[in-house]
Design a protein around this ligand. Structure first.
Ligand SMILES: [Zn+2]
Ligand SMILES: [Zn+2]
Length: 413
């Protein structure tokens, strides 16, 4: 078939088989978040563009290259949200959630939009599950959200996830580190890729993140050697608690994350099963963001996980069998079968029937193909006697059964 209208590059359709996997994962997310005391928040699809420029950061790849920004009919610059934290923090401030208690724990499952090069597991419209824990400065809060993520991975049966973690320090310790890094990068500059040459001036930390130049920068200064007293204490306690929680982690001194608002620990969840694009998600602490958006100084930590990639790691379960398929001979039997089917469905029984007027043989073939456990045959004779023929599709055995929904339910379920 020649379909005239096609989907936009980087978007996708999720068909029923995969969608059922998605709702299972989303169900587990809600379950785990409830246990951890996180409440769900739903935020708008688009925001004022300035929100992301001020928070995500002007010099980040997201803001520089990837946002879907458009002007509405009133001449306002709007952007489809490329990540969740700015909207959640805006909502936190706008709805004065800080008045409800010292700590606010929120989670979201939201669509995001970024104009990146599409590849396996990376789309331009994608779904993220994220949590934001606002109001606590304790490293135990960082450990709490990391532990939440690992509880979720276990619940959905995703194995081999490792935490990659680093601390880039607060804005106080960032200065000396930045200077040392720039000093070091100066001599390397001619060898680096054009992106990094540009980053060197505007955002030198991001050079560490470059996949292309990673090997050349192995002996770069480490941010953890430049931490101030507070950041150092925070970092050491977090690492020690992660050990006690038996969370598999790896300290990665090159990890800086591509967002401007991070302070202190940053981390990524990495899967050995995803190849080059191995991060399932990541996050970090952002103690200065809320104040920079006009709120009181409020520490916070959070992460986001890409569901498109996570669902790829969940093993598909075999489809459960349809307990009953009704096969009919003739128009009268078709309607009797249909009415019986509706009664059974209202009782919660999964029943199917072919309503396309096909032959008996074709109906049986369909029932077999769809893996039905029982087939109930109804013809004119059967209606008169009020008894149908029930065939066990596994053993091939047939029996007569009264055309009564209670009795049929009891027999097939
Ligand atoms: Zn610091
Ligand atoms: Zn580079």
């Amino acid at each position: 078939m020649d379909v005239k209208v096609k989907k936009i590059r980087g978007t996708r359709d999720i068909l029923p088989e995969e969608a059922s996997l998605w709702s299972e994962v989303e169900g587990k997310i809600r379950e785990v978040c409830r246990v951890y005391g996180f409440g769900e928040i739903r935020v708008p699809t688009f925001e004022e563009t300035s929100l992301f420029i001020k928070t995500t950061g002007e010099t980040t790849d997201i803001v520089e290259k990837q946002m879907y920004t458009f002007e509405d009919k009133g001449g306002r610059s709007l952007t489809l949200k490329p990540e969740g934290t700015p909207s959640v923090v805006r909502a936190y401030l706008e709805n004065a959630l800080f008045q409800r208690g010292k700590k606010t724990k929120l989670f979201y499952i939201e669509r995001m939009f970024r104009q990146e090069r599409p590849q396996k597991g990376r789309y331009r419209e994608f779904t993220q599950f994220g949590v934001e824990l606002i109001g606590s400065k304790s490293p135990l809060s960082d450990a709490e959200i990391i532990s939440l993520a690992f509880t979720l991975f276990e619940k959905i049966g995703v194995k081999d996830i490792t935490l990659r973690i680093n601390s880039i320090g607060c804005f106080r310790c960032r200065g000396p580190f930045r200077d040392a890094l720039k000093e070091y990068l100066k001599s390397k500059l001619p060898e680096l890729c054009p992106d990094c040459k540009r980053r060197f001036e505007r955002n030198p930390l991001r050079v560490l993140d470059c996949k292309e130049d990673k090997e050349k920068l192995k002996d770069a200064p480490r941010s953890t050697d430049y931490l101030c007293e507070d950041c150092k204490k925070h970092w050491e306690r977090l690492i020690s608690v992660l050990e006690k929680l038996k969370i598999p982690f790896l300290v990665d001194h090159m990890l800086v994350r591509g967002l401007d608002y991070y302070t202190g620990p940053v981390f990524e969840f990495v899967s050995g099963k995803l190849g080059a694009q191995d991060a399932v998600g990541g996050g970090g602490r952002y103690d200065e963001l809320i104040e920079s958006m006009g709120g009181e100084p409020t520490p916070a930590t959070g992460f986001a996980i890409g569901l498109d990639r996570l669902v790829m790691l969940v093993e598909k379960k075999k489809e459960e069998r349809i307990p009953l398929w009704i096969v009919n001979i003739g128009e009268e039997a078709e309607e009797a079968g249909f009415l019986l089917m509706e009664k059974l469905r209202r009782m919660g029984v999964r029943v199917e029937m072919d309503l396309t007027g096909r032959s008996l043989k074709a109906q049986f073939r369909e029932a077999d193909k769809r893996n039905a456990k029982y087939v109930l045959v109804i013809g004119e004779d059967e209606i008169r006697k009020n008894k149908g023929k029930l065939k066990d599709m596994e053993t091939g055995k047939e029996e007569e059964i009264e055309l009564d929904e209670e009795k049929i339910k009891e027999r097939v379920c």
